[in-house]
Design a protein. Structure first.
Length: 269
DNA sequence: AACAATCTCAACCGCTTAAGT
DNA sequence: TACTTAAGCGGTTGAGATTGT
């Protein structure tokens, strides 16, 4: 992973909250060039931030596909159930909540859900995260997690391997390209038949049906597609990717595009 | 109205892991 | 094989907002 091309200029990095200008610079840069090596992004984008800060800002705030706003009851339930099974594995929990970041889930848990759960079932909370549970009950519990977001179906990956400490994500040799691709867009990287995204002959298809009564379900920004997929330009992934989605020319005020709708919670960029 | 307490959430920190040299 | 470095993750912090007194 070492990246020789990454310069390390001795600059005094800015800290603290990001200004709208910084956001715009970072967003513009990544959408047109991709992030590549994060440590080189600040210099190239003209930002006085370190790469880590840029990466975090992108992932938690600027990245297309992020769903902001309050958690739905279904999302809450998913978080609580997954936390009961996984503990503080926020990134794994986030995989099952498209558009939510691990940071967001973590904050939501710490500020709200933890207290709520503690109030309702104190004894259960104390034990749940650290102790393995009956695998059969976990399995059935997991199936209950197949959740509908206001009639829009999301199938949650089965968690039957949690007891043994195995990865939550079923790995039927997923294509790493597709994995990165979707992880970048949506933090969803379970790319097998159990999940909502499928890998077919090296290309990526999307079966999400969050919004079956509209055409808004998946609309990656067209120009960003090509540039955003840094390092993937020579594969056929891009073409496949583009062909899978109906590309909309509609843009929002800030120059980005509607990507997803989740029931009542439309995501606007 | 003023202050304190509490809450929220963006961002930082430090550690671990993976991969390049 | 050891070293280096980027990326990822979870814990923590702190500023601003909100609520209570």
């Amino acid at each position: 992973m070492g990246c020789r091309s990454c310069e390390k200029p001795k600059v005094h990095y800015r800290k603290g909250l990001w200004s709208p200008e910084e956001d715009q610079r970072l967003r513009d840069f990544i959408l047109s060039h991709g992030h590549g090596c994060w440590s080189s992004v600040p210099a190239k984008a003209g930002l006085q931030r370190n790469g880590k800060s840029c990466r975090l800002r992108w992932i938690n705030y600027l990245r297309p596909g992020l769903k902001r706003g309050i958690f739905s009851a279904q999302e809450e339930e998913i978080v609580m159930n997954l936390h009961a099974m996984l503990g503080n594995k926020w990134s794994q929990i986030a995989m099952h909540l498209p558009g939510r970041t691990d940071n967001e889930i973590k904050n939501y848990w710490n500020s709200y859900l933890k207290k709520r759960v503690a109030k309702t079932e104190p004894s259960k909370v104390n034990n749940s995260a650290s102790r393995s549970q009956d695998s059969m009950s976990q399995s059935s519990k997991t199936r209950q997690l197949s959740t509908e977001f206001n009639s829009k179906h999301i199938e949650v990956v089965e968690l039957s391997s949690v007891d043994s400490g195995q990865s939550l994500i079923h790995s039927n040799a997923p294509n790493p390209l597709a994995k990165v691709l979707f992880a970048d867009w949506l933090s969803v990287d379970h790319v097998n038949g159990q999940s909502s995204t499928n890998l077919i002959n090296g290309s990526l298809s999307c079966n999400w049906d969050f919004n079956s009564n509209s055409e808004e379900s998946m609309k990656p920004e067209p120009q960003a597609n090509a540039e955003f997929l840094h390092g993937f330009g020579e594969s056929n992934i891009l073409g496949d990717f583009q062909s899978q989605f109906e590309v909309s020319g509609q843009s929002s005020e800030n120059g980005l595009f509607d990507i997803l709708s989740f029931g009542d919670h439309d995501v606007i960029y």
